[in-house]
Design a protein around this ligand. Structure first.
Ligand SMILES: Nc1ncnc2c1ncn2[C@@H]1O[C@H](COP(=O)(O)OP(=O)(O)OP(=O)(O)O)[C@@H](O)[C@H]1O
Length: 261
């Protein structure tokens, strides 16, 4: 059986017939997919199949460019709001749904100011509360012990792996409900990669995770569910162990066994 919604408890978000267009180019075709609450879902598939496009729908990153268009629904639970509805404020959504990119991209500011950034935009926090929130986010991102004595140093002086954990802390500071990772380790060495994978595994106790990866082993290590996409469509989504050992669809099997892509 091919599943678009994994057979378990609560969903944190769910797309229903979600399509996406870059101007005249249709990149997603009627994707219906459930994202289980406080679990990690990996998006896999060959280059150009729409993984990043799907991820970016979730925090309305596409709104930054003119001519882009959504169709269908992308519901956030428990409220049930449609994230891609025109009346939804993308800035507020990006506080609730954080994103970590392929390359670490700290702002050219201090470590402290990077983490405090979203909280300052949101406003209304006393300095001591801000300090606590920054510390909490850095602890959650497993970076605190390395930076606690140099919070006001330039973030760009950190190593690549530390910068990526700082970006995770920046995303965590606003206490998001979902954290999106777009190939978060592709620019990192194996040691830094292992630390990020450990972190993702820890974080999913608290926050729903969606991760795009080209690395099958990584998907198998960190995710509970895996969705296989092909040419803008969802082919199947199931428990990660099933996708890698006994997928329902022939195309999925060919992809995970390395026969194409
Ligand atoms: N800004 C854009 N304008 C027009 N078409 C785009 C744009 N960005 C992506 N596309 C197209 O949309 C489709 C999906 O691209 P997307 O980047 O989501 O795929 P992907 O699965 O993430 O690929 P990769 O694994 O290479 O990152 C591709 O055909 C791509 O060429």
């Amino acid at each position: 059986m091919s599943l678009s919604t994994p057979p378990n408890g609560a969903l944190k978000a769910e797309s229903k017939g979600l399509s996406f267009f870059y101007g005249n180019v249709q990149a997603l075709n009627a994707i219906s997919l459930g994202l289980p609450d406080r679990h990690a879902t990996a998006l896999i598939g060959p280059s150009g199949c729409g993984k990043t496009t799907y991820l970016r729908c979730l925090n309305r990153m596409h709104d930054l460019y003119p001519g882009n268009r959504y169709e269908g629904e992308l519901l956030l639970y428990p409220d049930g709001i449609n994230l891609v509805a025109a009346e939804i404020d993308p800035i507020e959504i990006r506080m609730r749904i954080g994103m970590v990119f392929q390359r670490p991209n700290p702002f050219p500011k201090s470590i402290y100011e990077n983490v405090a950034y979203g909280l300052r935009i949101r406003g209304g926090m006393k300095r001591t509360d801000l300090d606590h929130a920054v510390e909490r986010a850095l602890r959650d991102a497993a970076l605190w012990p390395e930076v606690q004595d140099r919070l006001h140093d330039q973030a760009l002086n950190l190593s690549g792996g530390q910068q990526q954990r700082l970006c995770i802390a920046r995303a965590l500071a606003t206490r998001p409900e979902i954290l999106l990772f777009d190939e978060p380790t592709s620019a990192l060495d194996p040691t830094a990669t292992a630390r990020i994978e450990e972190l993702v595994t820890d974080l999913k106790q608290k926050v729903t995770i969606v991760i795009v990866t080209h690395n099958m082993q990584q998907a198998a290590r960190v995710s509970d569910y895996t969705a296989f996409m092909y040419e803008g469509r969802l082919i199947e989504c199931d428990r990660t162990d099933r996708i890698f050992t006994n997928p329902s669809n022939k195309l999925t099997e060919e992809y995970v066994t390395g026969r194409f892509g």
